[in-house]
Design a protein around this ligand. Structure first.
Ligand code: BMA
Length: 312
């Protein structure tokens, strides 16, 4: 059994990196951390893109039928709502599809006017992340909810891909680094939240942790591909399972990472030693995990579904 645990690792696609910055001004610097969602047998990636011009993070869209070769749109698919809280860009989207609607939860970045600015900082501005939501049926027109949890800084958030008893379920990380669960019939009102998990001393996720891809429903529970950071600031990926009926119960958490920076495009780049996922899909009895590598390019890694489901 222990042997199985240690053997569970993701496999890189030989085509990696599958998306790199293009010549277009809005994405000629960095493309990374894509959301991934399947719709009509196609895989949609909504990815973070920055251009050298303004270095503001926005979202591009790429579509594929095989999950490996993607066709990109020439214009950004989403600029954010232009709201005050998005003044410094939008980051790390997670997309789920419920009925015919895509729910796009992302991090909105704005100035933290209450923070004390360190004069040594290059930007001389303190930034604060908040959790925002937009919905769309076509990635062209959007309904903007703006910030959905007003009172706290947060990031690494996603809805679950289905409603329960007319309620939405949400995971997000709060300002203290605790990932929390919330349920509510309204998308912009989350009166109660419950602590779920945080960093683990002595492990590969001892410094920081957050969700990666949105929860995936399986017969064993809600499968989470999540990220963890250690004291060397290396970002790795692991697996968690949450109880299907009560996601506040953790059934399994990876003792070892299932993926870590190894290739040049993961070890060297805008931010070195980072693999970071915001989206995974199930295809051909495998999980396809899309990830940002060194905050600069996009890679694909896969794993057999049955290996993951036999973890515990
Ligand atoms: C996190 C997020 C991600 C990024 C990661 C590594 O805090 O901001 O967008 O990929 O750091 O730099």
């Amino acid at each position: 059994m222990l042997y199985t645990i240690f053997m569970v690792k993701l496999t890189r696609a030989k085509e990696n990196p599958i998306l790199t910055p293009s010549d277009l001004p809005w994405e000629n610097m960095l493309v990374f951390n894509p959301a991934a969602v399947i719709s009509d047998d196609k895989i949609y990636l909504l990815y973070r893109a920055l251009g050298t011009n303004d270095q503001i993070s926005r979202f591009g869209l790429a579509i594929s039928t095989d999950g490996i070769h993607f066709t990109r749109q020439k214009e950004p698919a989403y600029y954010g709502g232009g709201h005050e809280y998005e003044a410094f860009g939008i980051e790390d989207p997670r997309v789920v599809k419920i009925d015919n609607t895509f729910y796009l939860v992302y991090t909105a970045i704005s100035e933290d006017k209450t923070a004390i600015v360190n004069p040594n900082w290059i930007e001389k501005i303190a930034k604060i992340p908040r959790i925002a939501l937009s919905t769309t049926t076509d990635f062209i027109n959007y309904i903007e909810y703006d910030i959905i949890i007003p009172d706290i800084p947060g990031k690494n958030a996603s809805l679950f891909p289905k409603k329960y008893n007319d309620e939405y379920w949400l995971l997000f990380r709060d300002g203290n680094g605790v990932t929390r669960f919330a349920n509510s019939p309204k998308l912009d009102y989350w009166p109660e939240t419950y602590p779920l998990f945080t960093k683990r001393e002595g492990f590969w996720d001892c410094a920081r942790i957050g969700i990666g891809a949105p929860p995936i429903e399986t017969e064993k529970g809600w499968l989470l591909f999540y990220h963890g950071v250690d004291e060397t600031t290396t970002y790795r990926l692991g697996i968690m399972f949450l109880d299907l009926e009560d996601p506040r119960k953790i059934l399994y958490r990876s003792p070892q990472p299932i993926f870590e920076p190894q290739t040049d495009y993961e070890k060297f780049g805008f931010i070195p030693n980072v693999v970071f996922t915001c989206g995974a899909v199930e295809k051909n009895n495998q999980y396809f995990i899309y990830y940002g590598a060194a905050d600069e390019v996009i890679g694909l890694a896969t794993i057999e579904r049955k290996l993951v489901l036999n973890l515990f």
